[in-house]
Design a protein around this ligand. Structure first.
Ligand code: PLP
Length: 343
């Protein structure tokens, strides 16, 4: 399939099989050479560690086509180091960070035809992941692992543009066991599925999770961090070591400070003070920023002045600046843009 056969402007956020994926195996204490292949299926033993004790971690990042036709990725070194942290927490071997970058380069270059054109609204999503692959029946870490990256072209995360979302304050805890909320692991998502389905059934787009110890502080949603804008134009974002350290959020905080001259505060945020903010957004790789119009706390509505019509004006500036950097329209800070050489 060549890029001409895909209808870029009507892509959803789903899986489309592409030609090549990167695979490397860990055995006898070492990673093999690794390389690309064309087999999208994985055959594993019925007792593989990933099936029995959910030993699996993942990452998510994107490749973009710039206005002048180059293909770039955004801060892949941060995905490499975050994946290393996730792996350590689940007693998995770390996939070397330099090899992670090489794998990103190889898999994007090999599927360059699937990187959507500049201006189409679509991008290429990369999914690096790793799992325990040998049989494990006693509760212990696997001794063999597989690291993979596949790529899939995706449309805008929210179809029909960034319509503000309605959230509810959620009574479930997001992370399964305490202390795993800050890693990108399948177990946290598995434990969030029930809460997401339940929220959707009740007419909400997403859940706002609170800290499980006191249930008074804002954490994050199922797959995105919060940013808030105060009435005097400050960016405020929750400080917590049980939320996933979003690369988008770190980048937005930098953009706010260094490009837009805003004050930025990372601090504990009480649910009680959310009603005083002017704008609210969810940030992550998939959507960059999704505006939030309303949060419902057990029947009590918190409505943001930017309302349900469109992004608030400061959120919009942050969004435009960061996406401008990612797409090569605005000069990036050193090291943020990693160009892919397509031979
Ligand atoms: C991936 C993810 C985010 C967003 O992180 P980015 O690095 O910005 O994509 C936020 N929260 C959770 C739980 C995540 O898994």
């Amino acid at each position: 399939m060549s890029n001409k056969q895909l209808d870029w402007s009507n892509l959803g956020f789903g899986y489309i099989r592409t030609e090549k994926r990167y695979v490397s195996n860990f055995k006898n204490g070492a990673w093999d050479e690794g390389g690309l292949n064309e087999d999208a299926n994985i055959v594993l033993n019925e007792c593989a560690g990933v099936f029995q004790y959910a030993q699996t971690v993942f990452e998510g990042l994107k490749a973009y086509r710039t206005e002048d036709g180059r293909i770039v990725t955004f801060r892949p070194d941060l995905n490499a180091s975050r994946m290393a942290e996730s792996a350590k927490r689940l007693e998995m071997p770390v996939f070397p960070e330099d090899k992670f970058i090489e794998a990103v380069e190889a898999v994007v270059a090999a599927n360059a035809d699937f990187v959507p054109p500049y201006g189409s609204g679509a991008t290429m999503y990369l999914r690096p992941y790793m799992f325990g692959s040998n049989p494990v029946i006693g509760v212990k870490p696997a001794t063999e692992y597989q690291f993979r990256i596949f790529v899939t072209p995706v449309g805008p995360y929210f179809k029909g543009g960034a319509k503000p979302l309605t959230l509810r304050v959620c009574d479930f805890d997001r992370a399964a066991p305490r202390g795993t909320g800050h890693i990108k692991a399948g177990l946290n998502y598995a434990m969030s599925l029930h809460a997401i389905v339940d929220a959707h059934n009740q007419g909400y787009d997403e859940n706002m999770y609170l800290d499980s110890a006191t249930r008074t502080k804002v954490e994050e949603t199922g797959g995105a961090n919060f940013i808030f804008i105060t009435k005097d134009g400050k960016l405020v974002t929750p400080k917590s070591d049980t939320i996933l350290p979003s690369i988008t959020r770190r980048s937005l905080c930098y953009v706010a400070k260094e490009y837009l001259g805003m004050e930025v505060e990372e601090r504990e945020i009480l649910l009680d003070e959310v009603k005083d903010f002017a704008e609210c957004g969810l940030c992550g790789t998939a959507a960059v920023i999704s505006p939030v119009g309303k949060i419902v706390d057990h029947g009590k509505e918190i409505c943001f002045p930017s309302g349900m019509q469109e992004m608030g004006s400061i959120t919009r500036k942050l969004y435009d600046t960061l996406t401008g950097i990612q797409m090569g329209r605005i000069e990036a800070p050193a090291g943020w843009i990693h160009e892919i050489n397509v031979k």
